[in-house]
Write a protein that binds this ligand. Structure first.
Ligand SMILES: [Zn+2]
Ligand SMILES: [Zn+2]
Ligand SMILES: [Zn+2]
Ligand SMILES: [Zn+2]
Length: 142
């Protein structure tokens, strides 16, 4: 990555949200990130903690926690540990500093009952074996 170097830009910033206060470096990749792990803000589910999101919802964090060898972007183990859809999401979502250059392609996951597309990363669903049920169908069955 090459970036134009600005003279005043030596202040560390969170690589995810750009904040400059309370920063720490990620253990997994050494990037500056908000040191906000223990702060839970209700109603801000999607971005409550930069460091937590990076650690829990990216392959970078997973790869590090699992003690895999080498670079997460080329790690075979990471790619086989999740469905391709989740590998693609974990590798390219907004909690990454660097995105996976070649995320796997996948067929959309569909509810086995009503055939609606289920986004595994963000929708709620239930699963038994190879069958996925969307939230509606799950609730209707109960
Ligand atoms: Zn941040
Ligand atoms: Zn990382
Ligand atoms: Zn890995
Ligand atoms: Zn359904």
């Amino acid at each position: 990555m090459t970036r134009p170097v600005k003279k005043k830009a030596d202040k560390p910033r969170c690589g995810l949200c750009g904040k400059t206060k309370n920063l720490t470096k990620t253990e997994c990749c050494g990037n500056w990130i908000c040191d906000d792990e223990d702060r839970y803000v209700p109603f801000s589910f999607s971005r409550k903690s930069c460091s937590r999101n990076h650690r829990r919802y990216t392959l970078c964090g997973y790869h590090f926690n699992e003690g895999h060898e080498g670079d997460w972007k080329t790690c075979e183990q990471c790619r086989t540990d999740f469905e391709p859809e989740m590998v693609a999401w974990y590798g390219t979502n907004e909690y990454n500093f660097e995105k996976m250059p070649d995320p796997p392609t996948y067929e959309p996951t569909r509810c086995s009952k009503c055939k609606v597309v289920i986004k595994l990363a963000t929708d709620s669903y239930s699963r038994s074996g190879d069958e996925y049920r969307c939230r509606n169908c799950t609730e209707n069955e109960m």
